[in-house]
Design a protein around this ligand. Structure first.
Ligand code: GLP
Length: 291
């Protein structure tokens, strides 16, 4: 695991978006594992901007989301399908048929969980998994006591998670109590993962996740077992990390990070970029889509 500390939430999100964009450019067929939550909104806004200004191409990529609430239809503003359409899928040229979320409305939820796992496997597994961090230390909706080898299944949400996600609904009473989530074992099978956490309210849990003992009480601690996991935090979320000086030194000195030390969002010259998005220009859409 490596930890990168950026001064503020904006530059942390930019680093995550740049890491993702680099992977996508080197493998246009990238299978992305995606996360929701307020922290990710900035990353998706930047990816949409990179699509718009730099032609970042999602047309051959595929996306699997971590989780979805049970009982919410896709058109419900609190559903994660709605969130993804709004923040990313509707703003880039990903083929909607290549975007996957568990179906929280499925009649047979267990069969739906099995189908989701099979789909991930059928498309070759997840290349790059984005992760946020819940206050309870969950990744996806893997609440305390989630088995470290768990697979996609239904989980009951803790009161803390319901409280944390209440602002996205009209109060805690409206937050569903159950969700389908990829398991910790499912997540650990991805080829690379990047966790983003920002703000002082994540400082305590991020220090436990990164530097604490591995425990099913905090599912994010399982990431310590992953061979290629990058944790990106801002200065506020890094406030309780004991190894912060070492992590800063590694990022500032190791050659691997050189191209990511000074980041900005570059716009292409006008002649190259007409001002219309690739989606508007029909770039990356199949003939069928355009007919
Ligand atoms: C929800 C999602 C998690 C996400 C968390 C973080 O609980 N299921 O995958 O990590 O929100 O939320 P935020 O970024 O709003 O703090």
């Amino acid at each position: 695991m490596e930890v990168i500390i950026k001064p503020d939430a904006e530059s942390a999100a930019l680093l995550v978006a740049r890491l993702m964009a680099k992977e996508l450019r080197s493998n246009p067929h990238l299978v992305m594992g995606l996360a929701t939550g307020r922290t990710m909104e900035a990353v998706y806004a930047l990816l949409a901007e990179m699509h718009e200004k730099e032609g970042l191409d999602f047309s051959l990529s595929r996306a699997f989301n971590l989780d979805e609430y049970v009982g919410l239809p896709p058109e419900h503003a609190g559903s994660y399908r709605y969130y993804m359409n709004r923040h990313l899928f509707g703003r880039v040229n990903v083929d909607p048929r290549n975007t996957h979320l568990p179906n929280g409305m499925a009649r047979d939820l267990e069969a739906e969980c099995r189908r989701y796992e099979e789909d991930i496997r059928r498309f070759g597994g997840i290349d790059l998994q984005l992760l946020g961090l819940g206050q309870a230390g969950h990744i996806g909706f893997n609440e305390p006591l989630s088995a470290l080898r768990s697979r996609t299944r239904v989980k009951a949400l803790t009161p803390m998670t319901i409280q944390q996600n209440a602002p996205l609904f009209d109060g805690p009473g409206k937050v569903p109590h159950r969700a389908i989530t990829m398991g910790v074992g499912t997540i650990l099978e991805c080829r690379r993962c990047i966790l983003l956490a920002t703000g002082s309210d994540k400082a305590e849990i991020i220090s436990k996740a990164v530097e604490g003992p591995i425990t099913s009480m905090i599912s994010a601690t399982a990431l310590q077992l992953h061979a290629r996991c990058t944790v990106v935090v801002d200065g506020a979320a890094a406030g309780q990390l004991r190894g912060a000086d070492y992590y800063r030194w590694v990022f500032a000195n190791e050659p691997e990070w050189q191209e990511f030390r000074k980041l900005e969002l570059r716009a292409l010259p006008r002649a190259v970029h007409s001002g219309r998005s690739r989606r508007q220009r029909g770039v990356g859409r199949s003939a069928k889509d355009q007919s």
